[in-house]
Design a protein. Structure first.
Length: 118
């Protein structure tokens, strides 16, 4: 399984970005997809997650009401719409795919940088 994120960039506080994660190599309905983020010097934190059938796994409290995860199975793509961005949202954002029956089968993308300016 290969994951490729895109859509990051530099945006002013209050702005919006949409991240994309394109999956290839055999993802199926048995995978859930999640977004994580990691700021410099900090641990990688969960942001949002969704099963391939569309069922949500949840959002981090810090992004509830501002971020929305969605997917287009025909395009094998998971999105993260980020609105009302804050300085604290600055981080590298990563996509992860995990087999729900075999959790050791977990794959990460290379990450995409999101920088929020004041």
């Amino acid at each position: 399984v290969q994951l490729v994120e895109s859509g990051g960039g530099l945006v002013q506080a209050g702005g919006s970005l949409r991240l994309s994660c394109v999956a290839s190599g055999g993802t199926s309905t048995r995978y859930r997809f999640e977004w994580f983020r990691q700021a410099p010097g900090k641990v990688r934190d969960f942001v949002a997650g969704m099963h391939r059938n569309g069922a949500l796994t949840g959002y981090a409290d810090s992004v509830k009401g501002r971020f929305t995860i969605s997917r287009d199975n025909a395009k094998n793509t998971v999105y993260l719409q980020m609105n009302s961005l804050e300085l604290e949202d600055t981080a590298t954002y990563y996509c992860r795919a995990t087999n729900i029956l075999r959790s050791e089968l977990s794959y990460w993308g290379q990450g995409t940088q999101v920088t929020i300016s004041s």
